[in-house]
Design a protein. Structure first.
Length: 302
């Protein structure tokens, strides 16, 4: 009892293992087929998701005393490792006015501009992979909220007695949600993990994995590297916050893999139409390559 049966070619029934049947059901549950994204739904989804993220992030109580204690612990830990270089970088770059002003605007704008640009690129040129990469980004951002709640952390520029330079205030540049008048509508003690690193690394890896042009792939890797320099130079994050961002991104990729049963860049580039298509001649295309897009269907005939 409890065994499932399948009918063979000669009309006889043979027992099928319940374990195999369960695994098959699990695989069908896990491996979602990418669907063609709808532009207005995606715009609404991203807007609502970011609004919700900002609302929750800013609703986390500003535990100033604990955030400052955690910042002191991070700083002492980095000093014990011989890697407490944030102060030196902050003062060195701050002495070059045009450079630090550029970094201030980089920090305030590219975080959003590049991320949205990569999402648009995925939507337009890789619709079959768009949903999986978007899932990575959403899961990364979602788990970061847990970090903000459980581990309040002051950025270096708000530490007591360490003489870090708040470069936005000193150079009167625009854009920091945690300086000047805007600090009253943003949680200043949500520095761990760094979503500037989480998002920029998501952008960089997406470009590196999918772009064909070597120069584009190189720029993809340089972008999160430059972002790391910027967040340290502007005293908005410790480098250990960047490690937290990388861990969140790893979680995002794990969620996407579980949901789609494949790494995002291994999914088909284009979304297969719902209707059946003529069979192609030759060996089947390999998922994740452009062969599946370049191969032309061959009409069958007698």
């Amino acid at each position: 009892m409890g065994e499932t049966t399948v009918k063979s070619l000669d009309s006889r029934t043979t027992p099928s293992s319940p374990i195999v049947a369960d695994e098959g059901r699990f695989a069908r549950l896990r491996a979602r087929s990418p669907r063609r994204p709808t532009i207005w739904f995606e715009i609404l989804l991203i807007a609502v998701s970011y609004w919700t993220y900002s609302l929750i992030r800013n609703a986390v109580p500003e535990q100033k005393a604990e955030a400052l204690r955690n910042a002191d612990w991070i700083w002492r830990t980095e000093e014990s490792l011989g890697l407490a270089f944030e102060h030196a970088v902050n003062h060195a770059v701050n002495s070059v006015t045009w450079l630090i002003v550029s970094m201030n605007y980089y920090y305030a704008t590219l975080h959003f501009v590049v991320t949205i640009g990569v999402l648009v690129w995925l939507y337009r040129w890789h619709p079959g992979r768009y949903a999986a990469f978007r899932t990575v980004l959403f899961a990364t951002t979602g788990v970061a909220l847990v970090g903000y709640y459980l581990y309040p952390l002051a950025p270096p520029r708000l530490m007591n007695g360490q003489n870090f330079v708040d470069t936005v205030l000193v150079h009167h540049t625009w854009g920091s949600m945690a300086s000047g008048n805007l600090k009253h509508v943003s949680n200043q003690y949500a520095a761990m993990p760094s979503m500037h690193i989480g998002w920029s690394l998501w952008c960089g890896l997406t470009i590196f994995l999918l772009a064909r042009a070597p120069w584009a792939r190189i720029l993809g890797l340089l972008y999160p590297t430059a972002t790391l320099v910027v967040i340290v130079a502007t005293a908005n994050h410790f480098w250990m916050d960047a490690v937290g961002g990388v861990l969140c991104l790893s979680f995002g990729f794990a969620v996407s893999y579980f949901w789609y049963g494949s790494r995002p860049h291994r999914l088909p580039k284009l979304v297969e139409p719902a209707a059946s298509t003529p069979q192609r001649s030759g060996p089947p295309p390999v998922a994740g390559t452009d062969r599946e897009d370049d191969a032309e269907p061959v009409a069958s005939g007698k």
